[in-house]
Design a protein around this ligand. Structure first.
Ligand code: 13P
Length: 343
């Protein structure tokens, strides 16, 4: 990239037709993913899997950036080429997850606080030297009845997101601020709306107080959606309208982009919901994706941990990236899904 200001990096990450691949599963999470295809999680297998993803032909066509994990940003392909170089050569910006996970929040049963602030300034300097140009921190907000989330949980997680974002910008890294309201549970779309609105309000209060420059950050939220076990499941149009209405009141227009997480939605569902939002009338931010499972699931299944299936795994990733690229301007459809899947 010619220009490396925070704003230029943020804008490049939400360039038209493109979005982010979240491949920053911690060692524990990737173990679960690999187990689902009966593959043991060794360092070599984790490397093979990420190499398969990152060397997908044309990966940069619809993927603007990849979020890496600490182990992954230090790894190289079997041929010895650093993953960061493979990505840069493909026109993809490397990023890094910098939080150390959600831990039990003292005095608040069932709720968590994300840790990782101690020593963060030094870690950020090292990550930038390794090639990262953006960072991610995920806060987790659970919905359970009327009492959870507590104002306490929302406040401390918002504060930590502010600390993370300010330190990232100081280090010349674009922070992706991720307050995830989980979709697990029986709650309605209306309850998700209320919690998402309160969470985003608290997060932006902290970002403002802690002098974070909105133009040089991205927001990675959940969509406003029905709980997974809610009997009444909202349509993509309902999700789109509720999400945009919620965000219009609380997300400053100066934020260049909103890059949604998939959070356990099916891969085609996540694409259809993003598409429905982009098909609505104009909004001030780019609306894009930063999907983990919704981009990787078909690829992981096709790969099955075997060298012979690398091409099949890559085709599956390229397909989902193309579909989500189409959802960036509202031109995705079920017909397109079938048409291109058949190619
Ligand atoms: P999912 O899209 O699988 O929710 O992952 C996105 C992510 O990066 C969660 O932190």
């Amino acid at each position: 990239m010619a220009e490396e200001t925070l704003e230029a990096i943020a804008r490049a990450l939400v360039a038209p037709g493109k979005g982010i691949l979240a491949a920053d599963e911690s060692t524990g999470t990737i173990e679960k993913r690999l187990k689902s295809i009966d593959v043991e999680s060794t360092e070599d297998k984790r490397r093979d899997y990420r190499e398969m993803l990152f060397t997908t032909p044309g990966v940069g066509d619809h993927i603007s950036g990849v979020i890496l994990y600490d182990e992954t940003i230090r790894q190289s392909s079997r041929d010895g080429v650093p993953f960061t170089k493979i990505l840069q050569d493909a026109g993809v910006i490397p990023g890094i997850k910098v939080d150390k996970g959600a831990k039990a929040l003292a005095g608040a049963e069932g709720e968590t606080i994300t840790e990782g602030l101690d020593g963060l300034r030094e870690r950020l300097t090292e990550y930038r030297e390794l090639g990262a140009r953006f960072t991610k921190w995920r806060a987790v907000i659970v919905i359970d009845g009327d009492k959870i989330p507590s104002a306490y949980c929302i406040h401390v997680n918002g504060h930590a997101l502010g600390r993370f974002a300010a330190l990232s910008q100081e280090a010349g890294l674009v922070p992706i601020v991720e307050p995830e309201v989980l979709m697990d549970g029986i709650h309605t779309l209306e309850r998700c709306y209320e919690v998402t609105e309160a969470t985003l309000q608290a997060v932006f209060n902290e970002l403002f107080s802690q002098r974070v420059v909105y133009e040089g950050m991205l927001l990675k939220p959940n969509m406003v959606i029905s709980g997974k076990e809610c009997p009444q499941q909202a349509t993509p149009e309902e999700v789109a309208k509720a999400t945009i209405r919620c965000f219009s009141g609380v997300v400053p227009a100066a934020v260049p982009g909103i890059v949604f997480l998939s959070g356990g939605q099916g891969d085609e569902e996540a694409t259809a919901n993003l598409n429905a939002m982009n098909a609505l009338s104009a909004h001030p931010w780019e609306l894009s994706f930063s999907y983990g499972r919704a981009l990787q699931a078909p690829s992981l299944k096709a790969w099955k941990g075997e060298d012979a299936n690398v091409q099949a795994g890559q085709e599956a990733l390229a397909h989902r990236a193309r579909m989500n690229g189409a959802a960036r301007d509202g031109s995705y459809s079920a017909e397109l899904e079938k048409e291109l899947a058949a190619v």
